[in-house]
Ligand binder design. Structure first.
Ligand SMILES: Nc1nc2c(ncn2[C@@H]2O[C@H](COP(=O)(O)OP(=O)(O)O)[C@@H](O)[C@H]2O)c(=O)[nH]1
Ligand SMILES: [Mg+2]
Length: 588
């Protein structure tokens, strides 16, 4: 199915043409039929000669109802422009064309209606010239009369050629169904309709209401008036929602694939049209079926920051338009550049931001997004409309490679600085580093730890080795002097206390490699383990604990943990009878 919106001045024959093409009545309201004028959007569809189906969103042409027109055109990918042969180009012909251009609609067709009333030639030439200057370019044109039927077969054939050119919808895209109508059906509850431009819907699907974020479930689906289990884009759909009161949603809301869209009331945009500096401070932003007041802050000649009166589910690259309702003036087409822009608090931030925006084009770009943000979460990027194709550095965090390298270097510097400031502490707490580096998540700090730094018990260790506070260094020097010639005798606990070596000091000396801790309050000088292995290797193998103790000239207090340490290091092996052999003697 294809969806085509009508466009054109009031009374130029849009609804009559849709009726003639489809046999359906697009003017749904009694008031519309009584007044002979379209007020709100109408819907009708027909089969084309090729067998394909085209659904029309018939829009009102009256100047008062341009917002309704925009709600219908916003989500539709193609337009049928209608100009009456007997009236020619009129104000809403121009305004509707400007809207199509601003929204980036580039597929269309011109129908010159009421060709039985006047020579269609002049209106056709005039309209074609105006259309050629827009994104629609050189469109096919057909003169028709709904009264005589002249031109209708040609128009059908031209519609077939038009829809054949339309790009295929992205069926794997997340759903963002802009609601253009919401009503209650007795016995079924709330039903909303919209143009499904991408993705798929199925009965039972869970979706999210854009305005409130609340989850809703699809109870039933209709496509062109017939019940369906599933519907693919492009389609006109009616969605029956389970347990959703009618007053919870309306035109301008949207049904979303959960988790795939953010809601933003602050965005940076490119504006094609009036110079940004000339725009009124307040305009209406039209996007999808929504119309929201926007405060405009120019950032450069063709870029601006918009503050919306309510948040919308927008993605980078979305097309929208800004309109001045008072002047009936389409101020410009909008391309969304950033849906999560940085605050502009510092002096000069706006100018810097303008320079950044000048380099953006609305095409989602992961590398650029990371370059600008440094770090971003996977879900955040997805909800901006930026496909995540790179690996995370930690958890669900992605990082710009340069920024990440810089953080690793800063982490090493900060860890060393902390170690120098806190000599007796076993490394720097992860949270301290997180704070000093300004990182939002501990997992990032942990992922930044590289050898020789290590992560142990919530701290980053391995910095500042050898730098012991003076008193500790002096105490260690005393141990070295006193025990250098009896390396396997450990100072008694009271001797350690006399030297001022408590648990904290010993811990620092051990981390600095100045002492070796065998057990609580049992320390040796660092070379003792290799020396012990060499002594033990010269014993008849296997040897007993007692033989080891005598050879090393030490006590059980030292020998037991020393041998256990040698076992753990694979230097000795303990046999079933508790004797040991040296299996891997150290070098000389
Ligand atoms: N003679 C003639 N009248 C037409 C034709 N198309 C529409 N009309 C009349 O023009 C008026 C406006 O048509 P309508 O479809 O409501 O215009 P819309 O406002 O563009 O939807 C109606 O009175 C129609 O009957 C046509 O091809 N020939
Ligand atoms: Mg009409």
């Amino acid at each position: 199915m294809w969806v085509v919106a009508t466009a054109g001045h009031v009374d130029h024959g849009k609804s009559t043409l849709v009726r003639a093409l489809t046999g359906m009545e697009p003017d749904r309201w009694a008031e519309e039929r009584r007044r002979g004028m379209t007020i709100d959007l109408g819907f009708a569809w027909t089969a084309l000669p090729s067998g394909g189906t085209v659904a029309f969103v018939d829009v009102p042409g009256h100047e008062r109802f341009v917002p309704n027109m925009l709600a219908g055109v916003g989500p539709a990918p193609a337009a049928l422009l209608v100009v009456a042969a007997d009236e020619g180009w009129m104000p809403q012909s121009a305004e509707h064309l400007a809207a199509l251009h601003a929204l980036g609609v580039s597929y269309g067709l011109l129908a010159v209606t009421r060709a039985d009333l006047a020579d269609p030639g002049p209106a056709l030439a005039q309209a074609r010239e105006r259309i050629a200057a827009t994104r629609l370019g050189g469109v096919e044109a057909v003169a028709v009369s709904a009264v005589t039927g002249a031109g209708l077969p040609e128009l059908r054939a031209a519609l077939d050629r038009l829809v054949a050119r339309l790009p295929a919808p992205a069926l794997d895209a997340p759903v963002r169904l802009w609601v253009d109508r919401a009503f209650t059906v007795r016995g079924s509850g709330t039903v909303v309709t919209g143009t499904l431009g991408g993705g798929r819907l199925a009965v039972g699907d869970e979706l999210e209401l854009a305005d409130t974020g609340e989850p809703v479930r699809v109870r039933g689906l209709h496509r062109l008036g017939a019940a369906r289990e599933r519907v693919e884009a492009v389609a006109r759909v009616a969605v029956n929602l389970r347990n959703v009161p009618r007053d919870r949603l309306g035109r301008g809301d949207a049904l979303l694939t959960p988790g795939r869209f953010g809601r933003t009331d602050l965005l940076d945009v490119r504006i094609a049209g009036d110079p940004a500096a000339d725009l009124p401070v307040t305009l209406t932003l039209h996007v999808g079926s929504a119309a929201v007041a926007a405060r405009v802050r120019p950032l450069g000649p063709d870029a601006a920051r918009l503050r919306l009166a309510r948040p919308l589910p927008l993605l980078v690259g979305d097309r929208a338009l800004l309109r001045d309702p008072g002047r009936h003036h389409v101020a410009g087409g909008v391309t969304v550049l950033d849906v999560a822009p940085p605050p502009l608090a510092r002096r000069g931030a706006a100018a810097a931001r303008a320079r950044v925006l000048a380099g953006l084009d609305g095409r989602p770009d992961l590398a650029g997004e990371l370059r600008r943000r440094g770090l971003a979460r996977r879900g955040e990027l997805t909800r901006m409309g930026v496909p995540v194709t790179a690996a995370a550095v930690a958890g669900d965090w992605l990082a710009d490679p340069d920024h990440w390298r810089g953080l690793a270097a800063r982490l090493a510097t900060e860890a060393a600085r902390y170690a120098a400031e806190h000599l007796l502490e076993p490394g720097v707490p992860v949270d301290v580093l997180r704070h000093r580096l300004g990182l939002p998540d501990r997992a990032l700090v942990e992922a930044l730890v590289r050898p020789p730094l290590r992560l142990a018990a919530g701290r980053v260790t391995g910095s500042g080795q050898g730098a012991l506070p003076g008193p500790v260094a002096r105490a260690v020097a005393r141990v070295r002097a006193e025990y250098g010639d009896r390396p396997f005798q450990a100072p008694e606990a009271h001797r350690l206390a006399d030297l001022g070596l408590g648990p904290r000091e010993i811990g620092a000396a051990v981390r600095a490699g100045a002492l070796l801790r065998l057990a609580e309050n049992v320390v040796l000088l660092p070379g003792a383990v290799d020396d012990a292995a060499r002594v033990l290797a010269r014993l008849p193998q296997p040897f007993t604990l007692s033989a080891a103790r005598q050879a090393l000239d030490t006590t059980r207090r030292v020998a037991v943990p020393l041998l256990e340490l040698l076992d753990r290091r694979g230097v000795t092996r303990r046999l079933p009878d508790d004797a040991r052999t040296v299996v891997a003697p150290p070098g000389p």
